[in-house]
Design a protein around this ligand. Structure first.
Ligand SMILES: *Cc1c(COP(=O)(O)O)cnc(C)c1O
Length: 301
C-alpha cells in the first residue's frame, strides 16, 4: 500500500504499475498528510497488504509526513514499512529504533550533498536475504549486488567511480559539519530565514509551521494582477537564484529549496532578490488569492 500526498508518492505508484506489482493507494492529493488511523483502517479492510510505503519528506509540497505515527500504525497491524527518504535522509533523523522500517532508500545528491549518480538503500539483512530471486530487474537486484559485493568487494557492473569518490567526500563533510543534527539545524535555519523574510513581503506558505520540512518550502503566487510566475522566475534567475515551479493542482505556487551549500546569508539574499523583483514588476503586495487561503485552511496547525 502506497501512501501518496504528492508527486513522489504518485511516482511510487507509477513504478509499481510499470513493474506489474499488486498495489493499493491511499491518495491524499497534493499535500494533506496520510494519518495513522486511516492506515490502520485500510490494512484492516485488506489482508493482502504486506508492506506500506511512505514518503518521508514529500518534496513536491515540502511537507514532513508524520512518519512516527504511520510507523506505529504499520507496526500495530504487523505489516512492514518501506520509506522513501530521498530528500530527508542526512538532515532529518530516521532512527531505526524509533521507526522500524524494513528498508529505506535515499540518494547521493540531496541532503548528503554529493553529486547525482546513484541511490542507496539501508535494509534489514533478513529482509535482503528473503528478497533473493524476487527482483524484477537484473541491474536493480539489490540482493545480487549485496551478495556480490560481500563475496568479491566489487560492483557487479561498471561503478560510477567519480560519483562514489564525491560521495565519500560528501560523507566526510557531513561528519565534519556535525552529522544529521548540525546539517538539519543549518537547513532549518535556512528555512526559517527565508520563510520569515518572504512573509514580511506578504507571501504566504502553503503549510503551517508544524508541517514544514527544513528541505523545501511552497509559497503561493501573489494575487496581484502584475505578478506572473515566468517573469518572477526569470528575474530571480538573473539575480543568481533558481526557484522551483509549484506542484499544486488548484492554485499557483512556487518552491524555494533550503538544502545544499547555503547558509542564512544566502537565504537573506534570496528574500532581497524577491523584494527587488516584486518592485520591478510593480507588485506592491505578495498576498495570495482567496482560494489559496481556502487550501491553507484544509490542514490544521
Ligand atoms: C528527489 C526525490 C525522488 C527521486 O529522485 P530523482 O533524482 O528524480 O530520481 C524520489 N522521492 C523523493 C521524495 C524525492 O525528493
Amino acid at each position: 500500500m502506497v501512501l501518496s500526498n504528492g508527486t513522489y508518492g504518485l511516482r511510487i505508484v507509477q513504478t509499481l504499475e510499470y513493474l506489474n506489482r499488486a498495489h493499493t493507494v491511499i491518495d491524499k492529493g497534493d499535500y494533506l498528510p496520510p494519518r495513522g488511523p486511516e492506515v490502520i483502517a485500510a490494512i484492516s479492510a485488506d489482508p493482502a497488504i504486506t508492506h506500506v510505503v511512505v514518503v518521508h519528506c514529500e518534496t513536491s509540497s515540502g511537507i514532513l509526513n508524520p512518519i512516527k505515527e504511520i510507523s506505529d500504525a504499520v507496526k500495530a497491524c504487523g505489516r512492514k514499512l518501506l520509506v522513501d527518504s530521498m530528500s530527508a535522509f542526512g538532515a532529518v533523523p530516521l532512527d531505526f529504533n524509533e521507526i522500524p522500517y524494513v528498508a529505506m532508500v535515499s540518494s547521493a545528491n540531496k541532503c548528503i550533498e554529493g553529486v547525482p549518480g546513484f541511490g542507496f538503500i539501508i535494509a534489514r539483512k533478513d529482509e535482503l536475504e528473503a528478497a533473493k530471486g524476487r527482483s524484477h530487474s537484473l541491474s536493480l537486484d539489490i540482493h545480487a549486488q549485496w551478495a556480490h559485493m560481500n563475496k568479491t568487494g566489487q560492483w557487479r557492473f561498471t561503478p560510477p567511480t567519480h560519483v562514489v569518490v564525491a560521495f565519500l567526500e560528501a560523507l566526510r563533510a557531513h561528519k565534519l559539519e556535525g552529522g544529521v543534527e548540525a546539517r538539519g539545524a543549518r537547513y532549518t535555519n535556512n528555512r526559517d530565514v527565508v520563510v520569515k523574510g518572504m512573509r514580511e513581503l506578504g507571501f504566504e506558505t502553503l503549510l503551517k509551521d508544524r508541517w514544514m520540512s527544513p528541505i523545501i518550502v511552497t509559497f503561493f503566487c501573489p494575487a496581484h494582477k502584475n505578478f506572473g510566475f515566468n517573469a518572477f522566475y526569470e528575474s530571480m534567475k538573473s539575480k543568481g537564484f533558481i526557484i522551483y515551479p509549484g506542484k499544486l493542482t488548484v492554485v499557483d505556487s512556487f518552491r524555494i529549496g533550503c538544502i545544499g551549500q547555503m547558509d542564512e546569508g544566502v537565504m537573506r539574499q534570496v528574500v532581497t532578490a524577491a523584494a527587488e523583483t516584486l518592485s520591478e514588476m510593480g507588485v506592491d503586495t505578495a498576498a495570495p488569492p482567496e482560494i489559496a487561503l481556502v487550501e491553507q485552511a484544509k490542514l490544521a496547525a
